[in-house]
Design a binder for this molecule. Structure first.
Ligand code: A3P
Length: 296
């Protein structure tokens, strides 16, 4: 009971204009001061863009496709989540990092401008995963319903507006995808699209492998592609967040591995909502030319 009372619908507080869960905002100075090791790898995403999928791919690549090695612990334990802070006693991302030796594979949802500068100064390898706005939004909507520590999503209609205005946790999707896109060459960031991974997972696994300066055999890559299919990961207790307790995740409301498709947005947006969203999208994305696809 006590944990349910303390872990419920945390309000958001803005950090340099970006709304973050209050526990993250309250610990901002220590998050900002984090110094990674040059060997650390960063996986950066807007929430629900395919973080868990790429985490699993990277872990399998680093363990030569050995599923036993990647089953050593559930996702949140294998990949420290840089900025995450909960009420005690749940460990923060920083405390997990303190107890792990580099090289670590670190997760963040922070927009580029809030990522601790040490990642760029130390030239840490960074993989950014981006997903088209409409599918990202639909996925986030279901997630906010089942993650009882995020603010209440409210009705679908209003949720679309909050997304467009950048009012959801971790702020504006538009600024997020553009921020990393603009910096990708200068900071050697690998920019990966969820839609490309769905279309041709082997090609994208190989791209990630080459970026990490690795070279695995054909059969090992096939095995990794198989182990990281939506179906395999949905059934994998170390990758499907089944160990996350309620109320952090209440998967009876919506499973973490929900649908894993491109184009699910067509089941949610009305024609009027598409029109409104697309008009606004053109305006917000005018200054960037990122090749997003809303179907494949
Ligand atoms: P849906 O809600 O559309 O199903 P994140 O890991 O960033 O939180 O993203 C979660 C989204 O990625 C969910 O999307 C989830 O189903 C999807 N996902 C996770 N693993 C996947 C996989 N192996 N293949 C395709 N989609 C996957």
């Amino acid at each position: 009971k006590e944990i349910t009372e303390t872990m419920y619908r945390f309000p958001l507080i803005k950090v340099r204009g970006v709304p973050l869960r209050c526990y993250i905002a309250d610990n901002w100075d220590s998050i900002c001061a984090f110094r990674p090791d040059p060997s650390d790898i960063l996986i950066a995403t807007y929430p629900k863009a395919g973080t868990t999928w790429v985490q699993e791919i990277v872990d399998l690549l680093r363990h030569n496709g050995d599923a036993e090695a990647t089953s050593r612990a559930p996702t949140p334990e294998r990949f420290p989540f840089l900025e995450i802070h909960y009420p005690p006693p749940i460990p923060s991302g920083l405390s997990r990092l303190k107890n792990m030796d580099p090289p670590r594979v670190i997760k963040t949802h922070l927009p580029f401008q809030l990522v601790p500068k040490g990642f760029w100064e130390n030239k840490c390898k960074t993989i950014y995963v981006a997903r088209n706005a409409k599918d990202n939004l639909v996925s986030y909507y279901h997630f906010d319903k089942m993650t009882l520590i995020q603010p209440e999503p409210g009705p679908w209609d209003g949720y679309i507006l909050k997304f467009m205005k950048g009012e959801l946790a971790w702020g504006s999707w538009y600024d997020h995808v553009k921020g990393y896109w603009k910096e990708r060459k200068k900071n050697n960031i690998l920019y990966v699209f969820y839609e490309d991974m769905k279309e041709n997972p082997r090609r994208e696994v190989e791209r990630i492998m080459h970026y990490l300066d690795m070279s695995l055999g054909y059969d090992v890559i096939s095995h990794i592609v198989e182990l990281t299919s939506f179906k395999s990961m949905k059934e994998n207790p170390m990758a499907n967040y089944s160990s996350m307790p309620t109320p952090i995740f209440d998967q009876s409301i919506s499973p973490f591995m929900r649908k894993g498709e491109v184009g699910d947005w067509t089941n949610y947006f009305s024609p009027a909502q598409i029109q409104m969203f697309d008009d606004d999208y053109k305006r917000q994305m005018m200054d960037a030319d990122i090749p997003f696809r809303t179907n494949i």
